[in-house]
Design a protein around this ligand. Structure first.
Ligand code: SF4
Ligand code: SF4
Length: 465
């Protein structure tokens, strides 16, 4: 019987005792979770590919135009003035990730992370197709290199790089739009050198990650992975080995079971893409990819035992048999998340395409005009959050009087803002109190874009000179 590893906490599974890298030759898993993960991966790759081409009312569904500082989400345009909305949306997303991790551990890593999808579902399979099974790859890498080895390796890198280049182009279209990307390819490097530099750098980085760096992105680089220890607890659902059922593992020299269901076949380790042994307990390197579940279920079926020796469960469920429960921590994060979602929804619903502020000019109370009327001076600022230039006009709605704009009525370019001043003139018969509420309409032709409210200051006593 092989003793459980005792040094797994001293160093990561993919380095030897001298710190040199141990290459992971993970066997490809088969089973119900692998099939489901393939379907999910295909759906996500399809979604990633088609989303930049989806338009809503002529606008892209999603565009993150960092250079021109505007964002389009679900067809709605957001400008730098909406940064607070994006801030709250990002905070909501972070809380969602935290809550999701508290409850479901690294399910994101195993099922939806682009690194896992591309490496485990796509590239590892292409690699097997080109270079043979993981065992064959290991054998040929340890032998002197032949011309066939170099041809296969070069072909693999060319195929990987071509796929990464396509993925990078799709990724870039989220930032510059599909039409700009097409123009870049038609026009060439001179006019779109920044796009091509980004494309080259990202493609080179992708090739480096998927041909060489691989699982180390998850085990030593990814900050989300490093956070797991602080987010998960004994109630978190993760891929776990049922040590009560599995131990003592292995067989005696006589071929008798040691008592536990684990026959120590090591199949769960052989399929692990991060090279760990799940039987050592929860480890930061585990990306919850479920490969070991499928491998072990296959073994259990083979020896006539029930599957689920390795399964999605929580430490508490294994150790005490207690059912999963909704913990205080989960309740706290859920209420914070619900509060943020409601707050964000209200802000988005109240957000207008044109945002105007009017303020009485500081330091000036009112003027009494020669005809006996009173006037107040106002400053205005209009932000146009649409993608078209608009001609606007102010009209005084309440009370009856005159709005006299200084200069021309405002014309605001798309995504820009203008500032100006206007007078409100009220006949003395209208000025019935020292401070009156007024309503001003902002119009685009005959369409009222905004209703604005402010105050009009008159004298304390109209009869005073
Ligand atoms: S695959 Fe199952 S039986 Fe085989 S070593 Fe892993 S846990 Fe034990
Ligand atoms: S231990 Fe299992 S779930 Fe975790 S990374 Fe390895 S194979 Fe995937």
């Amino acid at each position: 019987m092989t003793e459980p590893s005792v040094n797994f906490r001293d160093r990561i599974a993919t380095s030897d005792d001298r710190g040199h890298r141990k290459w992971v030759y993970a066997r490809l898993p088969k089973g119900r979770y692998t099939t489901r993960r393939h379907w999910v991966a295909m759906a996500l790759i399809l979604l990633f590919t088609v989303t930049p081409f989806i338009k809503v009312a002529g606008e892209p569904f999603i565009l993150i135009d960092v250079i021109n500082r505007h964002f389009i989400l679900f067809g709605r345009v957001f400008w730098p003035q909406d940064t607070y909305l994006l801030g709250i949306a990002m905070l909501t997303f972070v809380i969602f990730i935290v809550l999701f991790t508290v409850v479901f551990g690294r399910m994101w890593c195993g099922w939806a992370c682009p690194q896992t999808i591309f490496l485990e579902i796509l590239f590892r399979r292409i690699e097997t197709w080109i270079e043979g099974s993981p065992a064959k790859q290991q054998a040929s890498n340890q032998k002197p290199k032949t011309s066939g080895w170099y041809i296969r390796r070069t072909f693999k890198i060319v195929v990987f790089t071509s796929i990464i280049l396509i993925a990078v182009n799709i990724f870039l279209s989220y930032f510059i739009g599909t039409s700009n990307l097409l123009s870049a390819w038609k026009t060439g490097f001179t006019d779109y050198h920044r796009t091509f530099v980004a494309m080259i750098v990202l493609t080179a980085a992708g090739t480096f990650v998927y041909t060489w760096f691989r699982e180390q992105a998850c085990t030593i680089l990814c900050p989300y992975g490093r956070l797991q220890g602080t987010l998960t607890d004994n109630d978190t659902i993760m891929v776990m080995y049922d040590y009560l059922r599995g131990e003592p593992r292995g067989k005696t020299k006589e071929g008798e079971s040691q008592g536990g269901d684990c026959i120590n076949c090591n199949k769960c380790v052989q399929v692990c893409p991060t090279g760990i042994d799940i039987r050592n307990g929860t480890q930061l390197e585990c990306i919850n990819c479920t490969a070991c579940i499928d491998a072990c279920d296959e073994v259990m079926a083979h020896i006539g035992k029930a599957g689920g020796l390795i399964r999605y469960t929580s430490e508490k469920e294994i150790s005490s048999g207690a059912k999963r429960r909704f913990t205080g921590r989960m309740a706290f994060y859920t209420s914070v998340l619900a509060g943020l979602l409601i707050f964000l929804s209200i802000l988005i619903m109240k957000r207008t395409e044109v945002e105007t502020t009017i303020l009485r000019t500081p330091g000036i109370l009112f003027q009494r005009n020669e005809n006996g009327s009173f006037s107040n001076l106002y400053n205005y600022k209009i932000v146009n959050k649409t993608r078209k230039d608009i001609d606007l006009s102010f009209k005084l709605l309440q009370p009856e009087g005159e709005l006299r704009i200084i200069g021309n009525q405002p014309m605001v370019k798309n995504g820009a803002s203008v500032e100006g001043v206007f007078f409100i003139l009220l006949d003395s018969s209208i000025v019935v109190s020292h401070e009156m509420k007024i309503q001003i309409g902002l119009f685009d032709d005959d369409h009222q874009v905004e209703l604005l409210e402010s105050t009009f200051i008159g004298p304390m006593n109209k009869n005073m000179p």
